[in-house]
Design a protein. Structure first.
Length: 354
């Protein structure tokens, strides 16, 4: 298959390399050429870690038409605040039947559907709960893949089109499994539940120390209790929407083999987090708060579900970051879910009909 990977950061280079080494043809796009120059010069990316080899890249380009036009699947791998721009750039070159996959979704299928509707294209817009790989750029034209998740949930809006996407990608990305709908894929993303409180309550340290081990040094029993409180609100909302989700720490057990009963213990026992330095924490916050926590809080308001802890975290980050995340964040109205009850929301994301 021919993939266009949009975004040449750690996620994009990791995914491009992984798919190339599996025999697929890869175009790699980035808005700026800096990361692409060494890849062009070498003809690909050197890969180390759990996957090793030299991943050939057919085109490493800043020309979106060159990247997208001849691709079967377009994968957007940048942070949530860059999704819209890349889809807008791609629109003139998308054809009926194209698949656009957003990794990680952060409600992309609902946020961006009006762009596709306005372009009058029959394009399938899919999204994942998390990235399928753990990867990092370790040099010019070099990436290290340190983990491959065994299962990553994927869903499409409307969800009735999910099976065709899984069939198309079953050989390239066999770890993708069907989420019930885009409500499940988004509410099962544990990043906002972890990142926002750990960063907030360690902010003084993070501003002074560059080599702070975010998860292992950042977690304390009291911070873990805040995570648990946020998670209860997330799980309650999921239940209101007919979803049977597990605590966020189950993801650490499933993906990384962590053990323990209490959240604090599970973080401390997560070997994958040992030595992990979260680069530029504000990049994560400016994704996780407006695109992760604000939608949860807004949906809770819509359905009269408890959201006191999550609201407190959002408001405090608005104060700290001098950004009104309630104004900038993604609300139920922006997702097209305003004035709906729980059953109507589920029907809408399943069928596309209100």
């Amino acid at each position: 298959m021919k993939f266009a990977i949009l975004g040449a950061g750690s996620a994009g280079q990791g995914l491009a390399s992984y798919l190339s080494l599996k025999g697929h043809d890869i175009n790699l796009f980035n808005l700026r050429s800096g990361r692409l120059v060494p890849i062009r010069a070498k003809g690909g990316i050197k890969v180390s870690g759990v996957v090793e080899g030299f991943a050939r890249i057919s085109k490493a380009t800043t020309d979106i038409s060159e990247a997208v036009t001849d691709a079967d699947v377009i994968v957007i791998t940048v942070r949530a605040y860059g999704h819209k721009k890349l889809l807008e750039l791609s629109l003139p070159y998308l054809k009926n039947g194209h698949l656009v996959m957003v990794m990680t979704g952060y409600w992309a299928s609902l946020r961006l559907r009006e762009l596709l509707n306005g372009a009058h294209r029959d394009v399938v817009l899919a999204e994942t709960t998390l990235l399928p790989l753990v990867s990092e750029v370790v040099g010019s034209g070099e990436v290290r893949i340190t983990g491959i998740k065994s299962k990553v949930k994927m869903a499409v809006f409307p969800s009735v089109r999910g099976d065709e996407v899984l069939r198309l990608l079953k050989d390239a990305l066999p770890q993708l499994v069907a989420g019930k709908n885009v409500l499940e894929t988004n509410l099962d993303n544990f990043n906002p539940i972890f990142h926002a409180p750990i960063a907030l309550f360690n902010l003084g340290i993070l501003e002074r120390i560059n080599d702070f081990e975010f998860y292992h040094q950042g977690i304390t029993p009291k911070i873990a209790e805040v995570i648990d409180s946020m998670d209860r609100e997330r799980l309650n909302l999921a239940g209101e929407l007919g979803l049977d989700l597990r605590p966020s720490t189950n993801g650490l057990k499933q993906y990384y083999g962590a053990s323990g009963k209490l959240t604090y213990e599970i973080f401390k026992n997560c070997k994958a987090y040992e030595g992990y330095i979260l680069p530029n924490v504000f990049d994560y916050i400016r994704e996780d708060v407006p695109y992760g926590l604000v939608p949860i809080a807004s949906l809770c308001e819509l359905l009269n579900a408890p959201n006191r802890t999550i609201k407190s975290i959002i408001s405090t980050w608005s104060l700290v970051d001098k950004i009104d995340y309630w104004e900038e964040g993604v609300t139920a109205r922006q997702l097209g879910l305003c004035n709906m009850g729980a059953s109507e929301i589920v029907e809408f994301v399943s069928t596309g009909r209100k």
